[in-house]
Structures are given as structure tokens and as C-alpha cells.
Design a protein around this ligand. Structure first.
Ligand code: NDP
Ligand code: HSE
Length: 433
């Protein structure tokens, strides 16, 4: 039986999951493919660290990428080391050596996706990256193929396992933000630099990839406006819950009349919406097409074996192409066309405000006037607690353009009664019928 040799770049959370998957399911894969998949090289920075790992018995452990490129028997390079450099250079070099590449690296794909795809096609090899979005959830191929008959109207995703784990832990167990982050890191969900998770950059990269496929355009990380969860406090989580919402970090791509809008931000999600029930390291991507209406993809968004499942799906698909001589065809992310972007200042949302104010007569009328002056209609007001002659007010607005919210924040800050505009968070509407 033919063997397809694999070089694995990286042996951390995902790389070890890939090796484990091949070990557990090799016979089933061989029957499916008519060939064996074998890891022959593993590239790491510090080979000594991995010397006694049982999964690596019989595998050549190296820190030299050149050694791998010099071996003409490598069929597939699996890049699961992360970061932009040298991962990007290694991907291009492998493709130019006529080796197919599978990667889980959204940092690289979100910046260089089309360029990488064109290099792969020129070399008649494959590049695939299913695991770069949504961990184990099949989303890129279904968005590209299964929803091909649709004009995609919107993509709303919970696409970062670390932040979803943190927000769920704060909501359900009252765990502090920093303790929850520590657990997410221990479980292998977080990026090497967790700032990428909590500041929303990881979700923005994933949104760029989803939008490129869904809106058939060349969208990069730089096109996404990003806010993270750093300002979300235990109080916001608790008040959201009491008001019937869960706070989620959302990646939102919408088609507007004159362009697409791409934003990552934390939002109050109504408990009635399916995205509110996505907890822990689970992810979900809620897609609306003009023919299918709404579909939701759900599953583990991070972690060793779930992510390896997506990586190995790409490896198996690539192996099939190698076996039938069709590598370099049917690729995603090939669009180079740019499309207009809609100004996020015009985007309308309902907003939650948490205000700390003096507890004196006339405060509510001062605040109500500020909103009215900026053409903002108030939907709900709750006074939550009183402490040291101050009151805490929660205000939820009707749908309002972002630019009015920025203006009213400035006006509120200078009101004589205002002690602190403690937080402003978008509120998602559940407008499903
Ligand atoms: P880890 O930090 O757990 O592992 C990284 C591995 O790559 C280590 O073995 C490390 O070796 C090796 N490595 C890093 N840099 C280099 C380099 N310059 N040269 C050689 N080897 C290197 O990362 P993960 O497994 O968590 O993530 C890998 C990729 O998968 C990232 O792109 C990540 O975004 C993506 N991903 C991760 C998911 C997850 O749940 N963790 C889910 C989906 C995607 P050494 O120990 O010697 O430094
Ligand atoms: N750090 C990422 C997350 C890994 O938490 O979702 C999966 O891409």
C-alpha cells in the first residue's frame, strides 16, 4: 500500500492531537484512502523537550526546516506551530517545493490567504485551513460549497473559545476574569499570547476568513474593527443575566446596501437566541443566506482533538487529491477582488449603558435629556444598587447609529451628576420569526 509522508510543523496542543488522531484511526483512514498516512518529521524549536514523548517514537524530530524541504518524499506539510513568522515563509516554501500544505494558522491565512492559494495553484498542490476557524466545526468548506447557492446576508459567530470560556465561567460560576483566563490557558485553548484572544484579534482574523469566503471577496484582518472583552466586568455579566441576556464576544459580518460591515465586539445576546446557549470552549457560527435563511454551525471551537479533527479532514482530503492526481483544484479563498466597506459609525444597534451617578434629585431628567439631545430613544432603565450616595443605572437604548452613541458618551461624561460611564456594550436583537 502507498504511504503519504507527513511533516508536522509544531507539536503543541494541535500537533499532538494530530499525531494522536493518526495513531487512533490509522486503519480506518487507510481503508478510506487506499494509502497509509505516516508522520515522518516533526519540527519544533526545542527538540530536547519532546525526546521522551511516546507518540513521537520512530518520528524524526528536528529543528531544521531545511532538512524537511530537502526530503522529496514528503507529500503533505501540516503547519500547526502558529504565529506569522516563520510560519508564513515555511508555508510558501513548502508550496514552492510542490508539497501540499494544511494549516490551522488564522494569523497567516487572514493576512495572506489569496496569495497562498495562488501559489498553491501555480504549483498544482493544495492549501487548506479548515481548522483556522471554529476549531473542530466544519465551517469553511460548508460555507464555500454547501451554501454556494446563496447570497450570504450575514455571518454572526462566537469564534473564540478562550473568551467564550471566560465569559461563561464568569456568568455561571462567578469565576473572576483572570482566574478563568488562567484555566483557558491551562486547557490549551488560548493563543501563545492570550492578548490575541481577549482583545478580539483572534476572532477578527477568523471573521476575515469567513467573510472572504461568505462574501466572495478579499477581506483581511485590517478590514475588521475590533473590540475585545477586557472592559467586561463581573457586574456587567451579572446584570446582563438578570436582564435576560448572556454576554458573548461576537464576530459580525453583514451585507449592507453599499458595502459590507465587519466588526468584533462583546454584546448582550438575548437568552432566547441560539447563540446565547453556546458555552465554554464551544463556538457557533450563525449564517443567514437569501435562499436557505438561517443555519447554525456548532461544536468545540478549540482544544487538541477537536482541532485535530478539522486538520485531519484537510489531510485526508489532500491525500485523496494526491491519490487521484487532482491537487491544486477546487480551492477556497482565491478571490482577489476588494469590495466596499460600510462605515461602522452608521451601523445601528441597541446599546447597554452602565452609569454611576450621584444619588440626588433630578439626575434621571439630566440623563434623559442627554439621550434625547442625541436622538436616542431609551428602551429600558434599571436602577440596580446604591452605595455611598451614588446610584448605578442600567440603560438600554433602542437601535441607534454608532456615531450617536459616541457623541452621547461624551455628553454624559460631562454631566454634573456623572461619576463614571462604567461601560457601554451593544445589545443584539433577536429578530428571528
Ligand atoms: P502551541 O503553542 O501549543 O504549540 C506550538 C508548537 O509549535 C510547539 O511544539 C512549538 O515548539 C512549535 N513552534 C512554535 N514556533 C516554532 C518555530 N518558530 N519553529 C519550530 N517550531 C515552532 O500551539 P497550538 O497547538 O495551540 O496552536 C498551533 C496553531 O493552531 C496556531 O496557529 C493556533 O492559532 C492554531 N489553533 C489552535 C487551537 C487550539 O485550540 N490550541 C485551535 C485552532 C487553531 P517548541 O515547544 O519547541 O517551542
Ligand atoms: N485561541 C483560539 C480560541 C484557539 O480560543 O478560540 C482556536 O482557534
Amino acid at each position: 500500500m502507498k504511504t503519504i509522508n507527513i511533516a508536522l510543523l509544531g507539536f503543541g496542543t494541535v500537533g499532538s492531537g494530530v499525531a494522536e488522531t493518526i495513531k487512533r484511526n490509522s486503519q480506518m483512514m487507510a481503508e478510506q484512502l487506499g494509502c497509509q498516512l505516516k508522520i515522518t518529521y516533526v519540527l519544533v524549536r526545542h527538540p530536547d523537550k519532546y525526546k521522551n514523548v511516546p507518540l513521537l517514537e520512530g518520528v524524526h524530530l528536528t529543528s531544521s526546516f531545511e532538512e524537511i524541504m530537502a526530503d522529496p518524499d514528503i507529500g503533505i506539510v501540516v503547519e500547526v506551530m502558529g504565529g506569522i513568522h516563520p510560519a508564513k515563509e515555511y508555508i510558501f516554501e513548502a508550496l514552492n517545493h510542490k508539497m501540499s500544505v494544511v494549516s490551522a494558522n488564522k494569523d497567516v491565512v487572514a493576512l495572506f490567504g489569496p496569495e497562498i492559494m495562488h501559489t498553491a495553484m501555480e504549483n498544482h498542490v493544495n492549501f487548506s485551513c479548515e481548522a483556522s476557524v471554529g476549531g473542530g466545526i466544519p465551517i469553511l468548506r460548508p460555507l464555500h460549497d454547501s451554501l454556494a447557492a446563496n447570497e450570504i446576508e450575514s455571518i454572526v459567530g462566537i469564534v473564540n473559545g478562550t473568551t467564550n470560556f471566560i465569559l461563561s465561567s464568569m456568568d455561571e460560576e462567578g469565576v473572576s476574569y483572570s482566574d478563568a483566563l488562567r484555566v483557558a490557558q491551562k486547557k490549551g485553548f488560548a493563543e501563545a499570547d492570550p492578548t490575541n484572544d481577549v482583545c478580539g484579534y483572534d476572532a477578527a482574523r477568523k471573521l476575515a476568513i469567513l467573510a472572504s469566503i461568505g462574501f466572495r471577496a478579499n477581506v483581511t484582518f485590517d478590514d475588521v474593527l475590533v473590540e475585545g472583552i477586557e472592559k467586561i466586568s463581573q457586574k456587567d455579566v451579572q446584570y446582563a443575566s438578570e436582564m435576560g441576556y448572556a454576554i458573548k464576544l461576537l464576530a459580525v459580518g453583514t451585507r449592507q446596501d453599499n458595502g459590507i460591515a465587519l466588526n468584533v465586539y462583546p454584546a448582550f445576546v438575548p437568552r432566547t437566541h441560539p447563540l446565547a446557549s453556546v458555552k465554554g470552549s464551544y463556538n457557533a457560527i450563525y449564517v443567514t443566506g437569501n435562499i436557505v435563511d438561517d443555519v447554525m454551525f456548532y461544536g468545540r471551537g478549540a482544544g487538541s482533538l477537536p482541532t485535530a479533527s478539522a486538520v485531519m479532514a484537510d489531510v485526508i482530503s489532500t491525500a485523496k487529491h494526491i491519490m487521484n492526481g487532482s491537487t491544486g483544484t477546487g480551492m477556497m479563498l482565491t478571490e482577489t477582488k476588494r469590495i466596499p466597506f460600510y462605515s461602522s459609525l452608521k451601523l445601528k444597534n441597541s446599546y447597554y449603558f452602565r452609569l454611576i451617578v450621584d444619588d440626588v434629585t433630578g439626575v434621571l431628567s439630566q440623563i434623559a435629556s442627554a439621550y434625547a439631545d442625541h436622538d436616542i430613544s431609551i428602551k429600558e432603565v434599571v436602577q440596580k444598587s446604591r452605595f455611598e450616595d451614588a446610584a448605578e443605572l442600567m440603560i438600554i437604548t433602542q437601535d441607534t447609529p454608532r456615531e450617536n452613541i459616541i457623541q452621547v458618551e461624551k455628553a454624559l461624561q460631562v454631566l454634573p451628576c456623572m461619576r463614571q460611564v462604567a461601560n457601554i456594550v451593544r445589545v443584539m436583537n433577536d429578530d428571528r420569526e
